[in-house]
Design a protein around this ligand. Structure first.
Ligand code: SIN
Length: 485
């Protein structure tokens, strides 16, 4: 049993049109704590029927919401922001319990989640149109920005709160209504956010949360329903492609934040301590279960021995454990399948000639705990170089020239985040130009913030979240051509 300051944040039913609902014929599903595999809660299993109802209610709720002023909408968003921060301790406890990340990381995620609500409350007031110099003397040309329509948001388990607010806040600020389908592993964080949204005063039906294990059925409704005009998804590239194909039938707008394979390039002239700190922050946050996590650490040959020594030392010092323990640096992986996948990538690398300087296997703690791992002598042929690891494994690859590093870095269909460490200013600008990635961290391993555009190129996705651009995906541009003005 999870003990909270405010026990009423622990909701276990879907949230539709302001009510907590269930589909008795579908029963319940269990939410587990990945640290000890104990059942945390039984949650109502809802499915396509509830998703359809939620969309119908959202259509109605949006009619009134889009007519309100942006300032009025911002006022309610701001109340939601305040409530999230006031209840941050409980929200972080819920997150650590169902997701496994250390409590300090959950607290940071709650602040990160709240920051999108605060940011977009303000950005909604700045959804300006244009007055365009006309092409004929007796015409006036204008553009207006209007909410795109009902939005479906399908969100992942790795950031159970921030990935919701990064989508919900711009949608609501723009004047849209929303149906959210959180991951079945982490529904409690989503439902707690819905409870706080309710208290903040959003009209019934504006925010709906459909919880359930039938991801295909619910996803089918959200991507197929003609009255959903936009689908936003964070998750795997495989599922993103399926959803895009399903959305094509009704030509929905889509935003896709998909998988990464981030290169982390360290040149000989890098500040060694900063580079190790950057890798630690990027690679081991959330036990490596992050799309922008350093996936391939490319290190130039001159700094390679010192870097490997220092990284190994830092990784060996990490404390693996239950996220509720304040001494824990790294929690468990989300489930057994995640652990098996990470282990198979490590085995493939070791079989191919890589060496484990730290870790290299599942932890003696058992369950879903995997030892923080450093692999050296990794080559581009290994799966660990080609696939997104989503685990606490740092594969180190040696390179000699800048050209080699660029070729290796871009040798992937992914294009989300990349990182470079160098003190050479002209190299910084050259690398920033040639890396085929939506984001480049330069001498910095922690790049996420609500004020900057988050998103990928190539198969890592479509669209940008956060920043002044993040609201655009929830707006349509309407062009007015006026004769006689
Ligand atoms: C993600 O991994 O999908 C999000 C990470 C972040 O926002 O920092």
């Amino acid at each position: 049993m999870l003990h909270l300051n405010d026990q009423s944040l622990l909701r276990t039913r879907a949230f539709v049109a302001g009510s907590w609902v269930e589909e008795p014929e579908l029963g319940e599903f269990s939410v587990f704590n990945p640290a000890d595999d104990k059942v945390l809660a039984s949650v109502a299993n809802t499915g396509p029927k509830t998703a359809n109802t939620a969309i119908e209610k959202a259509v109605v709720a949006m009619e009134g919401w889009k007519r309100r002023t942006a300032k009025d909408r911002a006022h309610i968003l701001r109340k939601w922001f305040d409530l999230i921060l006031t209840n941050a301790e409980d929200l972080a406890l819920i997150m650590t319990a169902e997701q496994g990340k250390p409590l300090a990381e959950s607290q940071a995620e709650i602040r990160y989640a709240a920051s999108f609500v605060e940011w977009f409350a303000e950005e909604g007031k700045r959804a300006y149109g244009d007055v365009i110099p006309a092409h004929a003397p007796d015409l006036r040309l204008l553009t207006l920005k209007q909410p795109v329509g009902v939005v479906a948001a399908i969100t992942p388990w790795n950031f159970p709160s921030a990935m919701i607010t990064r989508k919900a806040a711009p949608a609501l600020a723009a004047g849209c209504a929303l149906v959210i389908k959180p991951a079945a592993e982490t529904p409690l964080s989503a439902l707690a956010l819905a409870e706080l949204a309710h208290r903040a005063g959003f009209p019934d039906g504006l925010i709906n949360v459909v919880v359930g294990t039938d991801a295909v059925g619910i996803g089918g409704v959200l991507s197929g329903h003609p009255q959903v005009r936009k689908l936003t998804f964070t998750g795997s590239t495989r599922v993103g492609k399926l959803l895009m194909a399903q959305c094509a039938a009704t030509v929905k707008k889509t935003s896709m934040e998909l998988g990464g394979n981030a290169p982390f390039i360290i040149f000989d002239d890098a500040d060694l301590r900063a580079a190790v700190a950057g890798v630690m922050a990027s690679k081991f946050r959330n036990a490596g279960q992050t799309c922008i996590s350093a996936n391939r650490i490319l290190v130039q040959e001159g700094i390679y021995p010192d870097f490997v020594r220092e990284l190994t030392r830092a990784v060996k010092a990490l404390r693996l454990g239950d996220g509720r323990d304040p001494d824990t640096d790294i929690g468990p992986l989300i489930d057994g399948a995640a652990l098996d996948n990470v282990d198979s990538l490590v085995r493939n690398a070791l079989d191919g000639g890589a060496m484990a300087m730290a870790g290299g296997q599942a932890s003696v703690l058992g369950g879903q705990f995997y030892e923080p791992t450093v692999l050296v002598d990794v080559t581009p042929e290994m799966r660990v170089f080609r696939e997104e690891i989503f685990g606490p494994v740092a594969p180190v690859v040696r390179f000699s020239s800048e050209a080699d590093a660029i070729a290796m870095a871009n040798d992937t269909s992914a294009g989300l985040a990349s990182y470079i460490y160098t003190q050479n200013v002209s190299r910084i600008f050259h690398m920033a130009d040639v890396l085929d990635y939506g984001m480049v961290g330069i001498n910095e391993g922690m790049i996420s913030t609500e004020v900057a555009p988050f998103g990928g190129m190539k198969e890592s996705g479509v669209g940008r979240e956060g920043s002044k651009y993040g609201i655009d995906d929830y707006l349509e541009i309407k062009y007015l051509c006026i004769r006689g003005g």
